[in-house]
Design a protein around this ligand. Sequence first.
Ligand SMILES: *Cc1c(COP(=O)(O)O)cnc(C)c1O
Length: 363
Amino acid sequence: MMDFLNLKRVNAPHADAIATGIARVLDSGWYVLGKECDAFEAEFAAYCEVDHCVSVANGLDALHLILRAYGIGVGDEVIVPSHTFIATWLAVSHVGATPVPVEADAETFTLNASLIEAAITPRTRAIMPVHLYGQPAEMDAINAIAAARGLRVIEDAAQAHGARYHGKRAGSLGDAAGFSFYPGKNLGALGDGGAITTNDAALAATVRELRNYGSKVKYQHDVAGVNSRLDEIQAAVLRAKLPHLDAENAARAAVAAQYIDAFRGSCVAAPVVPAGTEPVWHLFVVRCPERDGLQAHLNQRQIGTMLHYPRACHLQGAYASEHWPPLPVAERLQSEILSLPIAPYMTTGDVQAVVDAVRSFYE
Ligand SMILES: *Cc1c(COP(=O)(O)O)cnc(C)c1O
């Protein structure tokens, strides 16, 4: 069986460096908010080409703390993509604001910027584009709308560590960005983790306070914050892996290029990559109308696949009680998308095996 994603194989090349990092933490006797965390924040800020990085416990907290720090809450609206992982919507709900879905572009899978204006109301406070599957959203158009309307732009960069848009890194493209280091992400810890990146010094200071019980000085609490911190062990793991992220993203890009080449003119539609964007291929998602049959066929041929995501956010139980506008793109995508295996360890032979299995379905 070819695993959809084998995390043991993803981490194997880093095993020695990870073990060294964990031993260093054990030996230090200091396990939360210490030297590893400080060093990782500096290294990840440099990697994302921003002034500030504040680490937190997970990607959902990164997004929701940015919203809270910007004073977005009850009665406010935040524009989110109709097609995304539910954490994007939940971050908005967690601060008491309302997610307002705008449809994705079905070929790039990111927010369709031409539909944003129509969704803006007097209550709109921010736009939250998602660099879904590692493909940067149309940030120039989104930033232009936000600037004209006085809105914040908060990137959900949880799937886009290292991606570039017109030369600039994901995480540096809006007012602030939220990252996740969940184990399966392009930069993954051995547990949960997240970070906020920004050039906004005031925002960085506020989330730094919020993540640690609303405290700047120990046992002095000026705001009712939360406990959302990256522990020293996870920071050490991420420091061991970060220097290799660009090489791993390049390996993913090679897999994606081979797939795109193989599927050109075939029955499965590969993602479209707009000029000026460098996606990092967190996932490789194709579209085809006979998706369920193809997935069953690949399973029979011992190829692991997944659906990202099988049910649109507005159709989830969590949001069932609200009234949503028709979202036909999100609903069509949920029935047509199929995620094929993609990982830095895959060889051209592995990719060819997947391609052959896909082709055999149509023969
Ligand atoms: C993973 C993910 C998140 C949330 O990250 P967690 O660390 O799991 O909380 C948010 N948005 C998107 C698009 C994601 O893929």
